[in-house]
Write a protein that binds this ligand. Structure first.
Ligand SMILES: C[S@@+](CC[C@H](N)C(=O)[O-])C[C@H]1O[C@@H](n2cnc3c(N)ncnc32)[C@H](O)[C@@H]1O
Length: 237
């Protein structure tokens, strides 16, 4: 369904992943996040390299299950289970419907990702999810994921990022707005969505992500994909 959520909005409330958002989510994410499809394709490559047989793959903040699907369809092993987690009841319903019939080896769990332990995992993905976790809880979450990962396992984090250089920030923001305009969003929709989401989606810069991975204990981390102000990081245990 086409995302027209903000086309005539006057009463703006903070953005939540409710039924209205769930119904248009796939369209919204593709028209708002530059490089989204490539982020998902990279996860397909990563599972081929870093997936370990007899381990779990976690999709944390799964939404409609695009990452879970990429993990399952590209998995080179036989004995894995994909655990998709989201705390939005409506997202969980939608995710189950999307995955049913396409893959078999999965569970969809309605839970706060802070309450999930990722024991015996070789791949954990936070695709556009960490940015919605309160900043003061982010290090503890990454630490916990690190503890649950098997040696050689990886954490993939994709996020909207910001830049410390004001000129770079302004230029990339303008290009991101152009991307949304090119995808059919009006000036009114862009402004309304920004107002609705600005207290909810809190960005970090690249260095903060690298520092967090290092503090958790990851031996190597890198940015493997970036399109404008969206980046994907790979941290290896
Ligand atoms: C932008 S979406 C993620 C997109 C999805 N991973 C993908 O690649 O299409 C963020 C998701 O995180 C979920 N979320 C936010 N905070 C959460 C939390 N504390 N625990 C579990 N899920 C959470 C939201 O309900 C939402 O579905």
């Amino acid at each position: 369904m086409r995302d027209e959520l903000f086309s005539g909005k006057i009463d703006l409330v903070d953005f939540t992943f409710d039924k209205q958002v769930v119904d248009v989510f796939d369209d919204m994410v593709r028209r708002s996040v530059p490089g989204y499809q490539s982020m998902i394709e990279m996860i397909g490559l990563i599972v081929k390299t870093y997936g370990q047989d007899n381990s779990y793959y976690y999709d944390l903040g799964a939404s409609t299950g695009a990452v879970a699907l990429a993990l399952a369809l590209n998995n080179p092993h036989q004995h894995n289970r994909i655990i998709a987690v989201d705390n939005s009841v409506e997202m969980v319903k939608n995710c189950k419907n999307n995955l049913d019939g396409k893959i078999t080896n999965f569970d969809v769990i309605c839970s706060d990702i802070n309450d999930i332990s990722c024991e015996n995992s070789s791949i954990v993905v936070l695709n556009l999810t960490l940015q919605f976790i309160p900043v003061e809880q982010r290090q503890a979450l990454i630490n916990k994921i690190y503890q649950g990962l098997n040696p050689g396992g990886v954490l993939v984090v994709s996020e909207k990022i910001h830049f410390d250089d004001p000129k770079q920030q302004a230029k990339i923001t303008e290009l991101h707005l152009d991307f949304k305009r090119a995808n059919g969003y009006s000036e009114l929709e862009i402004a309304a969505k920004r107002q609705s989401i600005e207290n909810v989606l809190i960005t970090d810069n690249q260095q903060t992500h690298f520092d967090r991975f290092e503090m958790a204990g990851f031996k190597q981390s890198l940015c493997h994909f970036q399109c404008l102000n969206f980046a994907s990081f790979l941290a290896v245990k």
